[in-house]
Design a protein around this ligand. Structure first.
Ligand code: PAF
Length: 284
């Protein structure tokens, strides 16, 4: 596996693969890789001839009071894991390579209306603009045929799918299921922040989604009732504070009253200061 830091070298390397008629898969990440990222890489490797992964903690998608400075980073460890997962090129640009003018002096953004001010977008203004902008930059740099994302970031997936469709980008977005720890906690780079009893308390997200799924399987279609059940379960956990619990239409993220179509049950919960998200996709 080759580690590349510069945009021009990355472009030249991918060009060579293209000239050899290879298809190009791409897994963008912010590093501190876990099984969720690795499952994207394994699948991408199977589905493409040449696999690029990126590691870039994108300052543009963090709010001023968020964890950009302390976001976990370990390039050496990540490089070993990526190589084992079959990555051909690991693109790990420094901030000045991606934002030579500085993030404060950007002129161009990719900003989606409507779906970005709901769910996580409500609590994290500017977050999805940062994601859409950096992913556009990465797509322009790598030029992949297929790009891989995890369903755990359900809103991100919807935003990126709409972006690709509306801006006619030449890439297919592939979405893979949430990967969980054995006890059900959704894999996340931020799980390393959980200390002592917080790790156990964090199970309340998955457990409440399981309860919601049980109600749906029993035929319950009243979204308000399911939402209340989830909220009550989470509120019983003293270390947990709800950011949001929402049941929304999968296409536009508008809250639904009665479940008649595919919905996303999405949660954001703080365990101590650690903000975790999880979700359940329900298709009728
Ligand atoms: O999902 C992530 O890790 C990030 O939002 C992404 C897609 C790599 C963009 O920085």
């Amino acid at each position: 596996m080759k580690i590349i830091n510069s945009i021009s070298e990355l472009k030249a390397t991918v060009k060579q693969a293209r000239q050899a008629d290879m298809t190009v898969g791409f897994v963008p990440t912010m590093g501190y890789l876990h099984e969720g990222h690795l499952s994207l890489m394994y699948t991408a490797k199977k589905e493409n001839d040449f696999l690029v992964a990126s590691i870039f903690v994108n300052p543009l998608q963090f709010g001023p009071s968020e964890d950009y400075a302390v976001y976990p980073r370990d390039l050496e460890r990540d490089a070993k894991l990526a190589e084992q997962a079959g990555v051909d090129v690991l693109f790990a640009p420094p901030e000045a390579e991606m934002y030579p003018q500085g993030v404060q002096n950007m002129n161009t953004y990719v900003d989606l209306k409507g779906i970005t001010d709901k769910l996580c977008g409500k609590q994290r203004p500017g977050h999805f603009r940062g994601v859409a902008t950096v992913v556009t930059k990465l797509f322009n740099i790598v030029g992949p045929d297929y790009a891989y994302f995890g369903q755990k970031d359900a809103q991100q997936v919807l935003v990126l799918k709409k972006m690709v469709q509306e801006l006619n980008m030449n890439v297919v977005i592939r979405v893979l299921p949430i990967v969980r720890e054995v006890d059900g906690l959704a894999m996340s780079s931020r799980n390393v922040y959980l200390e002592g009893p917080q790790r156990q308390a964090a199970l309340v997200l998955y457990n409440s989604l399981c309860q919601a799924q049980k109600l749906l399987q029993q035929g319950q279609r009243n979204a308000g009732l399911i939402r209340d059940t989830i909220s009550q379960l989470i509120s019983q956990q003293p270390l947990a504070t709800i950011d949001y619990v929402e049941i929304v239409d999968l296409q536009n993220l508008q809250p639904v009253e009665v479940i008649t179509d595919a919905v996303l049950i999405a949660l954001a919960v703080k365990i101590g200061k650690v903000r975790l998200i999880d979700n359940l996709l329900w298709e009728e």
